[in-house]
Write a protein that binds this ligand. Structure first.
Ligand code: MRU
Length: 365
């Protein structure tokens, strides 16, 4: 997508042909910084400390991490070691393990001297595939937006609530939840996005809002607790969120607070959609609440906020008393019964085992 009229992806191969460049998302929206990841340790830090984040993007970054590892030591032992090191960086988004497995399965049968080149090729393919999956999600989600728009007065916007950042910054390009929004905007359908701030890391306020500004999408930032009120007052036509792991039965694990939005949507008959590429489906898990590991992040993320001071510097401020402990579960699970539909690259499925298997029959056994 565009930043200051220049086209960017979130990750690309550095001109040295081995390192990868990323947008360092910790500084947005205040500063647009690009950093180069040269070692597996760099890649692990970038994922763990959320320089890159969002389920599809951390998968692609990890894939490049394997490629970087294969340059200095393409042996089996290093492949296994790097897989383990990167797999441990974040526990919830299944795309991470999916991408690592794709790389391992592809590289393991090759002789070590061929692995480095092959690894860069496969990582680049995974990045391209992500873009294509998101583009198709966009087209499938666009049809839903078109139908809602058709029931409105001319010029009246479709009001969409989104949570966290499932935008192009969370993927290689387009985004999942935002792909239909971008395509609707390109088509001239008036949309207006309510952006949840998404405490504690404020991915909505910092990243989604930045994307909306950059692409001229009308939007309004709201506090996380405002969604239910907005729905009661008829201000939201639909919700679209992303997901970090969707179970074989259609339960959706996503950023903390998604579940509360889904409950409010159900109570107010507001359609609640989840946009996901198929690598986000964990076919081995059936009960999301019991089986999906929820990342517990540092309590400082809750006790401090980051913002831009009057002198332009970006700094952190404590908002709770010294000595107040905080708990920081980063994700929650929304049961399938609260979800209107899963927008995938193959179409929109009911959130259920049958619904998913109808779209992905190769998984039906
Ligand atoms: O902790 P984050 O910022 O990595 O969490 C991101 C989300 O929860 C997104 O909604 C999810 O990864 C889907 S991104 C297309």
């Amino acid at each position: 997508m565009k930043v200051a009229n220049q086209h960017y992806r979130t990750i690309w191969l550095n001109e040295d042909g081995q390192s990868v460049d990323i947008i360092d998302q910790r500084w947005l929206p205040h500063e647009f910084r690009i950093v180069t990841l040269k070692t597996v340790a760099d890649v692990a830090t970038a994922i763990r400390d959320m320089w890159v984040r969002g389920a599809p993007l951390i998968g692609v970054t990890a894939a490049y991490g394997i490629a970087i590892a294969m340059v200095s030591d393409p042996g089996d032992e290093n492949l296994e070691k790097t897989w383990n090191e990167l797999n441990e960086t974040r526990p919830t988004a299944i795309n991470l393990r999916w991408a690592l497995n794709e790389m391992k399965t592809f590289l393991a049968p090759l002789s070590p001297d061929r692995r480095a080149d092959a690894a860069y090729r496969r990582a680049a393919e995974i990045a391209e595939e992500d873009i294509e999956l998101n583009r198709r999600i966009g087209q499938n989600g666009l049809e839903i937006i078109r139908k809602i728009a058709a029931g409105k007065e001319p010029g009246e916007p479709v009001n969409i609530l989104t949570h966290c950042n499932a935008g192009w910054l969370a993927t290689v390009d387009y985004g999942t939840a935002t792909a239909p929004i971008y395509l609707a905007t390109e088509e001239g359908i008036p949309v207006h996005v309510y952006v949840d701030e998404t405490r504690p890391r404020n991915q909505g306020a910092q990243l989604t809002a930045w994307e909306m500004v950059g692409h001229g999408v009308p939007h309004t930032l709201i506090v996380d607790n405002a969604g239910g009120h907005m729905m009661q007052h008829g201000k939201i036509d639909m919700v679209i969120v992303g997901t970090d792991r969707t179970t074989s039965q259609g339960d959706v694990c996503n950023k903390i607070g998604t579940y509360l939005k889904a409950l409010a949507a159900k109570d107010n008959n507001v359609p609640f959609y989840v946009a996901l590429p198929s690598p986000t489906i964990d076919w081995t898990v059936s009960d999301g609440v019991v089986e999906i590991p929820i990342e517990e992040r540092d309590e400082d993320e809750v006790s401090f906020i980051q913002g831009k001071a009057g002198d332009g510097s970006v700094s952190r401020l404590r908002i709770s008393p010294e000595g107040t402990p905080a708990s920081n579960p980063a994700f929650d699970v929304t049961p399938a019964r609260l979800i209107t539909g899963l927008i995938t690259e193959r179409g929109v499925a009911p959130a259920s085992g049958e619904g998913l298997r109808a779209l992905f029959p190769e998984r039906a056994h």
